[in-house]
Design a protein around this ligand. Structure first.
Ligand code: HEM
Ligand SMILES: CC(C)=CCC/C(C)=C/CC/C(C)=C/COP(=O)(O)OP(=O)(O)O
Length: 310
């Protein structure tokens, strides 16, 4: 990316800026969970259809990122973490981000419907709508419950992947949804604690701003307690098994320890050590989700060899 940017004039958008518009780093984990949803389903999918489905889900996820950047350009411009994004940095015009978002959304939904089925395409359309309209346009600026409810958007991808393979929604796909849904609040609030005043500067009513940092620490611990039975429970369905359950017990134990350390922390101590614990819990949250879905995949991959699963 940096070598592409070396040939650009200031203010001129290059390929890398359009890639950034699709939020590729965050969406990589989103796409991985969709891939796992597709691969662990009890129906084998032709590799070309599977590849096309994941490509169109990735395109839809990227499109929703572009719509978010179009709508949030004003607040992204104020926050240190986001002011370098292509729209606030003046590389891509807001109208262009909107056009990319709408165009890619339409294309992704249509192509997924043709390649897989219309249930998965409908779920993809709903997910894009939920992230762009319900979360970004409505909840994000109006309630500290923004990411709790809005988190549903990020939880749909494995259900979309499962629907691509089976044409249905099932207990398993609902549990994969619930796992991401319950994981999102601790994932995000750990970050909000060390992003300090970015959100208050931008006037976004995140929990840290409206209820304070102590309450946010308590919320992380409570949501981690709610997450654990969902994560372990998924291990007793057809997509779980001993590998998943072992991994889940270890990952949940570690996550709970992190949440408990966050809860106990005195604000002055946290500030003095530059939020080291909060940063490490946020980083671990990414491994937590990646490894849970990796374990689902491992169970499915071993099943043809008489291992994996129950
Ligand atoms: C409402 C729900 C969510 C909120 C508010 C949220 C918020 C954030 C924020 C603010 C960051 C900081 C880094 C950045 O700007 O890229 C981040 C990082 C990240 N998030 Fe989330 N997140 C949510 C849900 C998810 C979901 C569902 C996934 C994947 C399944 C995810 C995966 C990631 C990843 C992989 C990173 C690290 C990106 C990097 O390395 O730069 N997030 N999240
Ligand atoms: C298949 C499909 C359409 C998937 C979409 C998945 C999805 C909605 C992921 C949401 C993750 C995300 C980037 C939240 C950031 O919140 P934010 O936008 O408030 O963060 P910011 O402050 O970094 O902009």
């Amino acid at each position: 990316m940096s070598d592409i940017r070396a040939y650009e004039q200031p203010g001129e958008a290059g390929f890398g800026d359009y890639v950034q518009l699709l939020k590729p780093r965050v969406m990589s984990l989103v796409v991985f969970t969709a891939l796992v949803g597709l691969l662990v389903a009890p129906v084998s999918v032709h590799p070309v259809i599977a590849f096309a489905s994941i490509l169109f889900i990735a395109l839809g996820a990227g499109a929703s990122g572009a719509l978010n950047m179009w709508w949030d350009a004003d607040i992204d411009a104020v926050m240190r973490r986001t002011k370098g994004r292509p729209v606030p940095a003046g590389k891509v015009e807001a109208g262009e981000a909107l056009a990319v978002g709408l165009g890619l959304s339409g294309l992704a939904v249509l192509m997924l419907g043709l390649a897989a089925n219309w249930l998965s395409a409908g779920l993809l359309a709903f997910t894009i709508f939920f992230y762009a309209v319900i979360y970004s346009m409505w909840l994000k600026r109006s309630t500290p419950q923004n990411i709790v409810i809005g988190g549903a958007a990020g939880a749909f991808p494995p259900m979309i992947g499962w629907a691509c393979a089976t044409g249905t929604v099932s207990v398993e796909s609902l549990l994969m949804f619930a796992l991401i849904f319950m994981w999102t609040p601790p994932h995000f609030w750990a970050l909000a604690l060390f992003m300090k005043d970015d959100y208050s500067k931008a006037g976004v009513p995140m929990l840290t701003v409206t209820h304070g940092r102590k309450a946010t620490r308590t919320h992380i611990l409570v949501y981690t307690f709610l997450l654990i039975p969902v994560a372990l429970g998924a291990g007793f369905t057809s997509i779980g098994g001993p590998i998943y359950l072992t991994a889940s017990i270890l990952l949940n134990g570690w996550f709970l320890l992190g949440a408990w350390r966050i809860w106990r922390r005195d604000e002055a101590v946290a500030e003095a050590d530059n939020y080291a614990v909060e940063k490490s819990v946020f980083r671990f949250s990414l491994y937590y989700l990646f490894l849970h879905f990796g374990a689902f995949l491992a169970e499915a991959a071993l099943r043809p060899y008489g291992m994996g699963g129950w």
